[in-house]
Design a protein around this ligand. Sequence first.
Ligand code: HEM
Length: 429
Amino acid sequence: MSKPAVLPEDIAREVIAPESYAEWNGVLDTFDRLREEMPVAKVIAEDDVFEPFWLITRYEDVMRISKDNKTFLNNPKPVVFSTREATAFSQAATGSNMLVDSLVVFDAPIHPKYRKLTMDWFMPRNLDKIEAEIRALAHRTVDRMIEAGPEVDFVIEVSGPYPLHVVMQILGVPEEDEPRMMMLTQQMFGGQDADLSGTGMDNMTPEQVLQLVSGAVKSFEDYFAQLAKDRRANPTDDVASVIANALVDGKPLPPRDLAGYYIIVATAGHDTTSASTAGAMMALANDPEQFARVKADRSLLPGIVEEAIRWTSPVQHFMRTAAEDVEVGGQQIKAGDWMMINYVAANHDPAQFENPRKFDAARSPNRHLAFGAGAHQCLGLHLARLEMRILFEALLDRIESIAPAGEAKRSNSTFVGGLKTLPLRITPA
Ligand code: HEM
């Protein structure tokens, strides 16, 4: 077997730097090169700040790894890229590699048992029941945007708050608690971007940042323990009641797993959907003809939603641990090796998507990997599509035209990323 393909240091630094993902075209150029020259490449930190991992950039390999949940595990190594220091901190704080043990951290046999608990709730048949509530939220959000206009930051007015309202509604969290939930989520996921953390994290030592993040986790845990207590006493048909009253092997979920379940539902669904929504709006603002076409023909909307999710790929990666020795893309992976499946790279692979950087609402087929694949494929994918379709129906009804009104900026993040600001000029219908 030939020697492993090791990424040059400058590229290794680039692919793990949160700022790289704010420079979208730059990182896409790098992934284009890697897919061609080193589609499975070992990433080694010059100063050993993180454990070496294999970076996987081709669509075909990301698909294979995602679907083979026996050979490629979500545990025991962290399922999201983190430094040795962050992992050690998690270990010290919680006894686990991840601050939160949620669905995405578990493998079989626990994972399918936990996933089954809420799977039906997230299916279209059940979501139909909450469509009217989501529509009402969409219209309220669009009302507020129009009141704030004609110049608005679409992220602040619409794509940020709307998915948060939806997730909080399905969890039964009262509206007055939403700002706190938003702040805690951003501390957990947006912590790499000082503008988003809202806490001036850039002035903090790594230890202070980690303290802040673990404080956010503790606040979430306390909050959801109370919510579960309430839903056991007064069950409703929301997803919070399903989780609170769930039994696995005849027993309720242990407190940490219960909190983890709430936290993933509370956090996985808003920054992600927000990023795809903002991306779609930016694409339409930059292409008035496409906007006019979809305004006149709503049957184009599902295509726009799907393409926005591919084009933005808000979840930029997840990690896997090899369960056994295995070959991928000509490289010998050893049992225990850590691997990054990069969805941004896979969703811009020209072998799968013609002209991948183009936002093409008519793209068909569009079998993107933005929701992953296999046993862990996004539990909320029907909800995300539904939310986006309903919001765009409301927007298209109420807006005559949109135009860019300043520079759109992306967040600094290696994990969940997207636009953090999108200034637009809105002309109401
Ligand atoms: C898992 C993406 C919206 C809940 C995932 C995964 C990805 C993803 C890539 C991991 C898949 C894998 O490992 O194969 C997205 C994107 C979204 C979105 C791009 C929006 C555009 C949502 C929403 C919810 C949600 C709205 C629910 C409120 C979850 C949960 C998991 C998950 C619970 C863990 C599933 C498991 O491990 O079994 N999502 N997601 N997501 N997502 Fe989403």
